[in-house]
Design a protein around this ligand. Structure first.
Ligand SMILES: [Zn+2]
Length: 321
């Protein structure tokens, strides 16, 4: 456990994923909130209990559970903790369906065919979801307390403004303390890696999905303007200097988009999946989904700049303009 400024305690909880540990924050004050309680397995929940014990409290003392976004490493144990505490689960509104048990929506959509993902790999995706599901606890619908962008909420005895910004997840929630200088950034801003623009099916949109990377980049200006003094991310160490981080992130994506343009040129008429395999030849199983998300995000940027065009639609193929 690490004590951070402003009455915030942190535990780094284990996950079975390549990302390593996930940060769980305890906001202590006249009320108590737990942000991102990790996954539903004993190695992790015991550390959440130890974190509470170090603060001299137990689960029923928790007044709110916050989930920055509906990825299992962050929300897995939220239902377990909220039930024991009889507390609400606070989240961004667009994450409600994932938290209600539908986080594996990709397998129910035909996006995999449109993106050129081989049929056999769809089974790998299903197997991954089945593997992960037991590491999440169901969250009763009545517990969910969705927030909209710029809502203000009291957590841990302090006032926070919600920044609900799509990109890594459609309803990703960051929290900015209204007094002091702290931002809880979830996976929207990470100090050591650029967040994956995760593929988000959305049947109401023209492509059946969100343009995750475009939306992500569009959200960054507000964080530069905010320029918080301390950022508490979902993975890795706390950091400062958001303007520099955002500058590096933007130039990273410009360079990556040009790499993808070269790949499209060399492959001729690739699908998003073909591009992902060329970008990340060592991917296996479900990791292909993250690779396709990266490829697709950059193909969207190139398409917006009229550097690639689509020449088919099932699967979609791209050609350099
Ligand atoms: Zn994460």
């Amino acid at each position: 456990m690490t004590e951070l400024p402003g009455g915030v305690l942190r535990a780094q909880l284990p996950t079975p994923f390549p990302v390593g540990t996930v940060n769980c924050y305890l906001l202590l004050g006249p009320t108590v909130a737990v942000v991102d309680p990790g996954m539903m397995w004993r190695d992790s929940t015991s550390q959440v209990e130890a974190l509470l014990a170090e603060a001299g409290i137990t689960k029923p003392d928790v007044d709110a559970v916050v989930v920055t976004h509906g990825h299992p490493d962050h929300f897995g144990a939220a239902g377990w903790l909220a039930d024991a505490a009889d507390a609400p689960v606070v989240c961004g509104r667009a994450e409600v369906s994932k938290l209600s048990g539908d986080f594996g929506r990709l397998r129910g959509s035909d996006l995999t065919a449109i993106l050129g993902i081989p049929e056999t790999m769809r089974e790998d995706f299903s197997a991954f979801y089945e593997l992960v599901r037991p590491l999440t606890s169901p969250i009763a619908e009545h517990r969910l307390a969705p927030l909209d962008d710029l809502d203000v909420i009291e957590l841990g005895g302090r006032s926070w403004t919600a920044h609900v910004t799509p990109g890594h997840a459609a309803g990703h929630l960051s929290l900015r303390a209204d007094a002091g200088d702290t931002l809880i950034s979830g996976d929207h801003l990470l100090g050591h890696i650029t967040p994956n623009p995760v593929l988000e099916p959305d049947g109401d949109l023209p492509d059946g999905r969100r343009r995750s990377l475009t939306e992500y980049l569009g959200s960054l200006d507000r964080f530069v303007a905010m320029d918080p003094g301390l950022v508490l991310p979902g993975h890795g160490a706390a950091f400062t200097d958001v303007p520099s981080l955002v500058g590096l992130t933007r130039s990273h994506h410009v360079a990556r988009a040009l790499d993808v343009l070269e790949i499209v040129r060399s492959l001729g008429e690739p699908t998003a999946f073909d591009v992902a395999v060329a970008m990340f030849p060592k991917l296996q199983g479900f990791s292909h989904m993250l690779g396709v998300s990266e490829a697709l995000g950059h193909l969207d940027l190139l398409e917006d700049d009229a550097l690639v065009t689509r020449i088919a639609d099932r699967p979609i193929r791209y050609r350099a303009s």
